[in-house]
Ligand binder design. Structure first.
Ligand SMILES: Nc1ncnc2c1ncn2[C@@H]1O[C@H](COP(=O)(O)OP(=O)(O)OP(=O)(O)O)[C@@H](O)[C@H]1O
Ligand SMILES: [Mg+2]
Length: 258
């Protein structure tokens, strides 16, 4: 067996990184430490799920790393850019150019067709979509024959796939989803998750997804577990059973220490 010298190995690039990230809400007795010195890397072309009990800081972590929310201390990097060094306008531009979002509610505009919804962020930004890329995204979501339909003419799963395509269309460096399948039944959820996983495997997309569902988390390459604003566990190559098992252990831990 031959081994590649260390220097010749491809280095995995970090798409986003939080270092000692803290977020504190309020003051005095009403103070809530939503994030407590969290350090985490999201590597390029990796699909990460973030899990943890309600109130553990999942959405806060995602919003801070995605530049949607300010943080109290620590730092966040998207690619090579430190978010703390940006002025508001630059942050808005970075969010528009480098980051894609998928929300629990699909947030599609009812008067626009599926295709118009997909290209809307780029239309607003005055950017032309890369035609080849757009075609590969559309063919992957499997909605080529539904592009002229309006959201009300699509099923929930189809609408969420349009929302995923919209997030992918501008070819962002990283996509964040806060429970992107939370409103879908299991079959529609599986469609969207399969699609997200394909975008990572086939297109090299980076995806970070908050979820409560061990089955959804099992689509990811890695699961990061939060409790009380801290990262308490991490699992690579997760299975639904493996995730469930870790969650149970986390629950016992939380009960014991509280
Ligand atoms: N605007 C706010 N003001 C004060 N406290 C807040 C605010 N937003 C969130 N928090 C608190 O910060 C903590 C983390 O909230 P966060 O929304 O990140 O949790 P979560 O893990 O996403 O929970 P869920 O699974 O219920 O969505 C919670 O204790 C919450 O009450
Ligand atoms: Mg949340």
């Amino acid at each position: 067996m031959t081994t590649t010298p260390l220097a010749d190995r491809p280095t995995t690039t970090v798409a986003a990184r939080a270092t000692e990230l803290s977020k504190v809400y309020g003051q005095g007795e009403t103070q809530v430490v939503a994030l407590d010195r969290v350090s985490v890397d999201f590597k390029q072309a990796e699909f990460t799920a973030i899990m943890g009990p309600s109130g553990s800081g999942k959405s806060t972590l995602m919003h801070c790393v995605a530049g949607l929310d300010s943080f109290s201390s620590g730092s966040v990097r998207i690619g090579d850019t430190e978010l703390g060094s940006l002025k508001d306008k630059q942050l808005t531009k970075l969010r528009r150019d480098k980051i894609g979002f998928i929300f629990q509610a699909f947030n599609l505009l009812p008067t626009l067709t599926a295709l118009e919804n997909i290209t809307l962020p780029m239309d607003i930004a005055g950017r032309k979509p890369d035609k080849e890329w757009l075609e590969s995204v559309i063919s992957m979501i499997g909605l080529a024959d539904r592009l002229r339909h309006r959201p009300s003419q699509l099923s929930g799963g189809q609408q969420q796939r349009v929302a995923v395509a919209r997030a992918l269309a501008s070819r962002p460096d990283i996509i964040f989803g806060d429970e992107p399948t939370g409103n879908l039944d299991s079959r529609a959820g599986a469609e969207v998750l399969g699609f997200l996983r394909n975008s990572v495997r086939e297109l090299g997309q980076t995806v970070v997804m908050v979820t409560h569902d061990p089955v959804a988390a099992a689509y990811a390459d890695r699961v990061v577990f939060l409790a009380d604003g801290r990262i308490v566990d991490e699992l690579y190559g997760p299975t639904a059973d493996g995730v469930l098992d870790r969650m149970k252990r986390l629950d016992t831990r939380t009960v014991r220490t509280s």
